[in-house]
Design a protein around this ligand. Structure first.
Ligand SMILES: C[S@@+](CC[C@H](N)C(=O)[O-])C[C@H]1O[C@@H](n2cnc3c(N)ncnc32)[C@H](O)[C@@H]1O
Length: 221
């Protein structure tokens, strides 16, 4: 099945509210668990960057898991960041900074981050190389990178089945967005090709019937 792109930013207020209030605890837990395994027993302190942070749930979960970490959380959607700012626990406000901007044009307050992570951003990008270029721009030697996203099912029917299995009880707008996200997602092979083109030697692992986890460290020669 060919890729069908969806709108890049999530700016519609109804869509944002449906997304922000949906129960993503299962995939968000999965992401934090995979991230913790990737980071390892040494833990993490320093500056991390969350790309396409949306309502900020994952940025905050990460901040709670790593009390010495500072997080810059980027999103291009004002509506998403308004929600994030209004729900962040007050004790995290000194360590989690929400920044509005698009990957393709933003200039971040720091020039380098020790950890860059992202959940469910890649499939939004019409030109996915933008993500890998951005990561290289804000990485230093040894920066660790962890990206989770959906991967594209083999057929429209398979996409419909996945929506039915995991989102049947969600509002219609969320089911529709999920379906469009599955059609906009990349295949594991496409991700491997992009990484090769970008010169990034990352692992690409299928971690569920719909999620891929991409991880590795940046080594500049
Ligand atoms: C599906 S949401 C994921 C939100 C969050 N990471 C999560 O897991 O709940 C994707 C987010 O990426 C943002 N986004 C899409 N393209 C972007 C870009 N080029 N630059 C910055 N943010 C972008 C959207 O506005 C949206 O909030």
């Amino acid at each position: 099945m060919k890729r069908t792109c969806e709108p890049e930013l999530m700016e519609d207020k109804t869509q944002v509210l449906a997304y922000a209030q949906a129960d993503f605890s299962e995939p968000n837990d999965r992401f934090i668990k995979s991230l913790k395994t990737f980071i390892g027993a040494g833990g993490f302190e320093g500056y991390a960057l969350d790309l396409g942070c949306g309502p900020g749930d994952i940025s905050c979960r990460f901040a709670m898991a790593y009390p010495s970490a500072h997080i810059d959380a980027l999103d291009g959607s004002a509506a998403m960041l308004d929600y994030a700012e209004s729900t962040i626990p007050s004790d995290l406000k000194t360590r989690v900074r929400f920044i509005r901007g698009k990957l393709q044009t933003v200039s971040l307050p720091r020039s380098r981050y020790e950890l860059i992570f992202s959940n469910s951003l890649l499939h939004h990008l019409p030109e996915p190389q933008a993500l890998w270029h951005f990561i290289k721009r804000y990485a230093t030697n040894g920066t660790r990178v962890a990206i989770m996203d959906l991967f594209r099912p083999q057929s429209v029917q398979q996409a419909k089945d996945i929506v039915e299995i995991y989102a049947a009880s969600e509002p219609e707008i969320l089911q529709r967005d999920f379906y469009h996200s599955l059609l906009a997602a990349l295949t594991l092979e496409e991700i491997e090709e992009q990484l090769h083109e970008a010169g990034l030697k990352f692992d690409v692992a299928r971690i569920s019937d719909r999620h891929v986890f991409i991880s590795g460290a940046i080594i500049f020669k």
